[in-house]
Design a protein around this ligand. Structure first.
Ligand SMILES: Nc1ncnc2c1ncn2[C@@H]1O[C@H](COP(=O)(O)OP(=O)(O)OP(=O)(O)O)[C@@H](O)[C@H]1O
Ligand SMILES: [Mg+2]
Length: 450
């Protein structure tokens, strides 16, 4: 280091030890400072490296500062709302957004709806809902960033669909608009079902809408014997108006109805019309279904969509089976005790109206008749003369004279006639009351094919 014969471009060549010694006060620290000053000032490489280092660390500091600041601003100025796909409002929101006019979306997904008309024709409607990705909308003057994300790994076990979330981001000051937006989305969804009855059927462990919501069946279109409709309707309404009474006494807020009688007498049709009248949806479950087990029945009965009537069809199927069989290699069929447990176990904070139907009341075990399981039971029979007349007039309004003749001749046949049979005869003779009258003999055969 002290060798002055070293080449000039050696980094140490410029060190002047004498100067350091004379500049410093002779102490060690003074000499080290002097040495540093010389190296830093006199060495171009070192000076450049130092400068870069300072610049680099300055930039890094600035960067982390910006990140922190933007995080802070984000937290202070923006709000997020997350809607997971499991939530009810998820589909409402997507539908709402599909119809929202002020949006910019580059990613769209298609959702196809089939609408089946009464004459069997099918119309298809596509709605383009926002697909996974980012979208920008303007709602009531505020901009909102919508991010729809699909989790690649997580799968919703109940329906096998990938788990998704939609995140809405907007300015903190506009956060109250989230509430308005969600209620708009809900109102839109409810409006599209206005005047309709949604029929749910069981799909694995959950209830799913069966097709599109159907136009409500009107109560007057179902013709039961005199007074039956009115008394059931009165009972159900009374039940619905007495929630407080039940809660105050700690009684489970549920009521079971049994409609029994021969096939084609209007049991199912009446329950559907009743649901329409009360503005309820309907959950239909057939107990004779092969792969329905006690566990599934119990789970489904305890997870009924709100404002729905539960309809258990063919409850006699459970009475033929005392134990679950495993004929097909898996446990199948609902057992009698499974049905009783499910009926007893239904404990919802909402009202539960259960309707049960059967063609074979004679096989029912008296245990099911206990109040709390079945509280109200009605026989819905074959057509009485009153029903014969009402059905005739429903199809041929104003034909009183022919109606009387029809009732006389049909009654004279002296055979049981179901209302479904009458419907068959009248549909075949649309707008032709005379021909219906002429064909009255066909009613002798319950399975007559026109
Ligand atoms: N009382 C009735 N009033 C009007 N239509 C009826 C009546 N009974 C039956 N129908 C008609 O007959 C068809 C079958 O009726 P529904 O399914 O309601 O009978 P059901 O009593 O439930 O029969 P099942 O016991 O076989 O289930 C429907 O299309 C319905 O419109
Ligand atoms: Mg039925």
């Amino acid at each position: 280091m002290e060798d002055p014969s070293r080449t000039d471009n050696s980094p140490t060549a410029a060190l002047n030890l004498e100067k350091i010694r004379s500049d410093s006060d002779g102490s060690m620290s003074g000499m080290v400072t002097g040495l540093f000053n010389q190296v830093a000032q006199g060495n171009p490489y070192f000076a450049a490296g130092g400068g870069l280092m300072i610049l680099g660390s300055g930039l890094a500091l600035a960067r982390s500062g910006i990140i922190r600041l933007s995080g802070l601003l984000y937290r202070q100025l923006l709000v997020d709302l997350e809607i997971p796909s499991k939530d009810k409002s998820y589909l409402w929101f997507l539908e709402w957004m599909a119809k929202h006019p002020h949006r910019s979306s580059r990613h769209l997904s298609v959702e196809t709806n089939f609408i089946q008309h009464d004459n069997g024709a099918v119309t298809t409607k596509f709605s383009l809902v926002p697909g996974p990705g980012n979208h920008l909308i303007k709602y009531k003057g505020a901009f909102m960033l919508i991010k729809r994300e699909r989790s690649g790994k997580m799968i919703d076990m109940t329906n096998g669909a990938p788990f998704e979330t939609v995140t809405l981001t907007t300015l903190y000051r506009d956060r109250l608009l989230f509430r308005d937006l969600l209620s708009d989305a809900k109102n839109l969804a409810v409006k599209s079902k206005d005047g309709k009855t949604v029929v749910f059927t069981s799909w694995g462990p959950e209830w799913r809408p069966f097709g599109q919501p159907k136009a409500k069946r009107l109560l007057p279109s179902v013709i039961l014997d005199q007074g039956i409709k009115q008394s059931i309707l009165k009972d159900v309404k009374e039940f619905l108006n007495n929630g407080k009474w039940y809660f105050e006494r700690g009684i489970p807020y549920r009521r079971g109805y049994l409609l029994y009688g021969p096939p084609g007498s209007g049991k199912t049709s009446f329950i559907q019309a009743l649901a329409g009248e009360l503005d309820y949806n309907i959950c239909i479950m057939n107990l004779s279904e092969a792969n329905l087990t006690d566990d599934r029945l119990n789970h489904l009965m305890n997870n009924i969509p709100e404002r729905s009537i539960l309809l258990l069809e063919d409850i006699d199927a459970a009475f033929n089976k005392r134990a679950q069989s495993s004929e097909k290699g898996f446990q199948s069929g609902v057992t009698f005790s499974g049905l009783l447990n499910a009926l007893d176990g239904v404990a919802s904070s909402e009202e539960t109206i259960t309707f049960m139907t059967t063609n074979h009341p004679e096989v029912l075990d008296p245990a099911i008749m206990r109040p709390g399981r079945i509280d109200y039971k009605v026989f819905i029979g074959n057509a009485t003369p009153y029903q014969l007349g009402q059905m005739f007039l429903k199809f041929y309004p104003g034909e009183e004279k022919l109606c009387k003749e029809f009732v006389d001749r049909a009654s004279a046949l002296n055979v049981p006639i179901s209302t479904a049979q009458l419907q068959g005869l009248f549909v075949f003779n649309k707008d032709a009351p005379e021909s219906a009258l002429a064909m009255v003999e066909t009613l002798k055969h319950p399975n007559h094919v026109f």
